[in-house]
Design a protein around this ligand. Structure first.
Ligand code: ZN
Length: 624
């Protein structure tokens, strides 16, 4: 499909897709008064609901993390789809027939992603059924040998790819999927053969349970593909650096427990979950990377700098230790929340469960140590700590590890730890760490590490690179600006056609001024009011703020008198600011030297004072 979706059709989708229905598929919503609904935010971890849905206006907004938008935005964010794909999915659900305008632009394939997801779902179903058939004996034996019965296989959606060569292709063709689509989905190869043949398969899903691809293990010696493990190649929906096996099962628990356990293989994820470690995930066919880390942090609701634990299970062998050290050289932010769980016997969670039972798997995770300590211990290992000079050398080697910790609240703990590992006095250790820090500051190569910790997310709501600052909703000085805009957005008909003569200058904060300027641009009391206001600005911060203000409750029952009083109060504050500026200028203007100017300023001041008294009178009702 090429071209652009007709605007009217998009509007129709917006109208028909009920935001509460769309959100309810992912979040449990409860009435919150005033026709609004509340639930736990799917985009950040929280214990008390701050995720609000206002069906009457078709918006959702999270007061915790600032995520907000309409049904289309929600589908985009939760399923990781493009705008066009989200519109298409909602159109399917609401029975809207989309018309596509050919704009002659670059060829887009808005339907492809959705089509691939559908093909993957059908393939998963097919593979699952094959696992129960007579041809899949070897697959069932392999699973059985690792301690997974039929119920476990079903729970994890394990399947079997038959050896025939074209069985999946033929099945999906019969269902209406074209070869070109199946090639793009990574399900068949260019020449029409099934991509996976004679293998056990695990469906790799996103957190919303859509099947993105598959991981497959070799079963037969005569397998034409040499690799023991084979994954779906990169497709429009499957990006190996962004997917984690088990995420669909672990997502909720990761959020609830603020913990994720990273294991190495598909059977390890199964063994961990069956043993009660229900936050286990594994990277698929690639090393755990920064994108995976960000994905987990998002699920753990990483609000401040460091919250939540990511536990890596490693073999006790050298390779495992190397892997742990590799994590250490990655994203600095991630390190303080990183733990390692080493199994001294060298058994992976799957074998551990098999040989020593489920409790042993839980104990492995229970034995986790902070990555810092693990790295420190490893660093100290190569020194002779029985000798004074050995201890000093070890201290010098380990000190840079402590200085690389950006969260100052953690530094003392690590100092104490290092001191006890070395058997040295903590003050001595602190002095050496301070010297190491000074050396680093003079070394431009390492300067990056000395940057102050990033601002808490709460402050900038993730809009750090935007020019417009995000106004603090608790700022009392800006309370009237916020209140007026809430009334204007939620109850526009309470104002007159000139917005009771409110002007952009009456708003001192640029974001609030931006919202008002957007409101001014929209024709008076139109249909789709909220949507039009949102489209009246290109500034994403202003758009986001509009949604917040559309959803945020108004404190009192709003009527016309209340709106009038509020607008007056806003203007009063604006006039008071003007008066203050004017007085300051008057003081700096010599009436003898600049007589005319002084006179003009003075008469303006008198006018403003009259206006101030009027507004004071009119704004009395707005005092809350
Ligand atoms: Zn949130």
């Amino acid at each position: 499909m090429a071209g652009r979706i007709n605007d009217e059709d998009i509007a129709l989708v917006r109208e028909r897709a009920r935001i509460d229905d769309v959100v309810s598929a992912h979040v449990t919503l409860k009435p919150a008064g005033g026709g609004s609904l509340k639930g736990l935010c799917p985009f950040h971890d929280e214990k008390t609901p701050s995720f609000q849905v206002t069906p009457a206006r078709g918006f959702y907004y999270c007061f915790g993390c600032g995520e907000g938008g309409d049904a289309i935005t929600f589908v985009q964010k939760i399923s990781n789809l493009s705008f066009t794909e989200a519109v298409q999915q909602l159109a399917d659900r609401t029975g809207v027939q989309l018309r596509i305008t050919d704009d002659g632009g670059p060829r887009q394939e808005p339907g492809l992603r959705v089509r691939i997801l559908e093909a993957n779902a059908a393939a998963e179903e097919f593979y699952r059924r094959q696992l129960m058939g007579p041809a899949a004996l070897a697959a069932r034996q392999m699973l059985d040998g690792r301690g997974f019965d039929r119920a476990a296989a079903e729970h994890f959606g394990v399947g079997y790819a038959p050896r025939g060569g074209r069985e999946l292709k033929n099945h999906l063709n019969r269902m209406g999927f074209k070869d070109a689509e199946l090639v793009k989905a990574g399900l068949i190869r260019e020449h029409g053969h099934d991509f996976f043949q004679g293998r056990v398969l695990w469906p790799i899903r996103d957190s919303g349970s859509a099947v993105l691809g598959f991981g497959a293990r070799k079963l037969f010696d005569d397998d034409r593909m040499p690799a023991k493990y084979l994954n779906t190649p990169e497709t429009p929906v499957y990006k190996k650096s962004h997917v984690l096996y088990g995420l669909d099962l672990a997502r909720r628990n990761i959020g609830k427990k603020s913990q994720a356990v990273v294991v190495e293989g598909y059977t390890d994820v199964m063994a961990a979950h069956l043993s009660g470690v229900d936050t286990a995930v594994a990277s698929c066919g690639t090393a755990f990377g920064d994108d995976h880390a960000r994905l987990l942090q998002r699920l753990m609701g990483n609000q401040g700098a460091f919250s939540g634990e990511v536990v890596f299970t490693f073999d006790g062998d050298a390779a495992g230790q190397k892997a742990a050290l590799k994590v250490f050289s990655g994203d600095q932010n991630f390190i303080a929340q990183t733990y390692v769980a080493i199994e001294p016997s060298g058994l992976d969670p799957c074998d551990l469960r098999l040989q020593h039972g489920e409790a042993a798997v839980r104990e492995l995770v229970g034995r986790r140590v902070p990555l810092y300590r693990f790295v420190m211990e490893n660093t100290l290992k190569s020194y002779d700590l029985d000798r004074v000079d050995g201890r000093l050398q070890a201290l010098r080697a380990a000190a840079p590890l402590v200085t690389s910790i950006r969260d100052t609240s953690l530094v003392n703990g690590y100092l104490r730890e290092l001191a006890s590992l070395l058997g040295m006095d903590i003050d001595e250790v602190r002095a050496e760490v301070t010297r190491a820090r000074r050396r680093q500051q003079h070394d431009p190569q390492r300067g990056r590490r000395e940057e102050p910790a990033p601002e808490p997310v709460q402050e900038d709501r993730g809009h750090a690179d935007q020019a417009t600052p995000w106004p603090d909703p608790r700022d009392r000085l800006l309370g009237v600006e916020r209140g007026t805009l809430k009334l204007m957005l939620q109850h526009p008909t309470l104002f007159d056609t000139a917005w009771n003569h409110v002007r952009p200058e009456d708003f001192s904060h640029p974001a609030y001024r931006g919202v008002f300027e957007a409101i001014q641009q929209v024709a008076w009391v139109p249909e789709h009011w909220a949507e039009q206001v949102r489209q009246a600005t290109a500034d994403p911060v202003v758009q986001q703020l509009e949604i917040a203000l559309l959803v945020e409750p108004v404190l009192r029952t709003a009527d016309e008198a209340y709106a009038t009083a509020y607008a007056s109060r806003l203007q009063l504050l604006g006039v008071e600011r003007e008066i203050k500026d004017l007085k300051s200028r008057l003081q700096r203007t010599n009436p003898l030297e600049h007589e005319a100017e002084h006179k003009r300023l003075f008469s303006t001041l008198l006018e403003l004072e009259v206006r101030r008294k009027q507004l004071q009178q009119a704004s009395l009702g707005a005092l809350e």
